[in-house]
Ligand binder design. Structure first.
Ligand SMILES: Cc1cc2nc3c(=O)[nH]c(=O)nc-3n(C[C@H](O)[C@H](O)[C@H](O)COP(=O)(O)O)c2cc1C
Length: 284
């Protein structure tokens, strides 16, 4: 009986079977394919593209469990998309040009540097004084930053401040840049120093690991919210681990993503990780 009890998410979405993308690549060598669905971080993308040095890790990224030694990534496999992962944990993208396109390493970023850059953009795009500015407009303007503190102390203060100010007509009149600045103050008060912590470089793919702040859109946010709260209670450990990652950035080749012998993909014009033909791992 239990075998028939499946969640609504499972009933709506077929399983992701990445090896089918490999089969399609081989069957249609004149087409380029990219993979879409279930990829949660840049380390996973690197492994899918063959950047990681361990064959075992590449095979795990592709969900392969047999004939692992003989498997190779077809040259017409072009890239992977990240949807919810990037939405929930946008900081993962800070070193993506270096990690995927082999550009020079970026200047070390912090959440403050990202937010101040975005605040300046908002200041120009939504100057103060627009009396018709709706809640929706301000919400959409600040939305890309909502995952910036996922899994960290101060996340709630940041999001709650934005939510409250977005609904306040006077604050809306001042603009989304103002709301962002106030939210930065709130997070700073809740978690001093967090804004200035250096962002950790992309880490190698870790099979089975879900990113912090992960939210299963298909399944609804309930369980993830509980997870988030429990994560926040472990914030000390997390911050320590993040700092350790940064400290280790100079050396440990086994956990860092700087090497690999595969060629960097050509950057698509849209500057995303997508390609001309997107094929869900579920073999649509
Ligand atoms: C914020 C966000 C924006 C998206 N925008 C598009 C889009 O413009 N076009 C599209 O075909 N799919 C879009 N998707 C769907 C993703 O391409 C993808 O199919 C879906 O999120 C499953 O992949 P994931 O497991 O990486 O989230 C979007 C998904 C998210 C979360």
């Amino acid at each position: 009986m239990a075998q028939w009890v499946i969640s609504s998410a499972e009933s709506e979405y077929p399983p992701l079977i990445y090896p089918r993308v490999l089969d399609l690549c081989r069957e249609f060598p004149d087409l380029e394919f990219s993979l879409n669905g279930g990829v949660n971080d840049i380390g996973h993308v690197r492994s899918l593209l063959g950047f990681e040095e361990s064959q075992e890790l590449r095979a795990q990224a592709w969900g392969l469990d047999k004939d692992v030694e003989n498997f190779s990534i077809p040259s017409n496999f072009h890239g992977a998309m990240i949807g919810r992962g990037a939405m929930n944990t946008p900081v993962m993208l800070w070193d993506v040009d270096h990690q995927i396109y082999h550009e020079d390493p970026p200047v070390q970023a912090t959440r403050r540097s990202l937010l101040e850059g975005y605040r300046d953009y908002l200041q120009d795009a939504y100057p103060p004084g627009d009396t018709d500015r709706s809640v929706g407009v301000v919400h959409m303007a600040v939305k890309p930053t909502l995952g910036l503190f996922a899994g960290l102390r101060g996340n709630r203060a940041y999001r709650a401040t934005l939510d409250t100010l977005t609904r306040d007509k006077t604050r809306r009149l001042e603009g989304p840049a103002h709301c962002l600045e106030e939210a930065m103050r709130a997070v700073e008060a809740a978690n001093p120093g967090i804004l200035d912590e250096p962002l950790a470089p992309t880490q190698a793919f870790q099979p089975g690991k879900r990113p912090s702040g992960d939210e299963d859109v298909a399944a609804g946010g309930g369980k993830q919210k509980q997870k988030q709260e429990s994560k926040e209670s472990n914030r000390g450990k997390k911050r320590k681990a993040a700092q350790q990652q940064v400290d280790e950035a100079a050396g440990d080749a086994s956990t860092q993503c700087t090497g690999g012998d595969a060629e960097a993909p050509t950057r698509p014009e849209s500057c995303t990780l997508s390609s001309s033909v997107d094929v869900a791992g579920s073999a649509v």
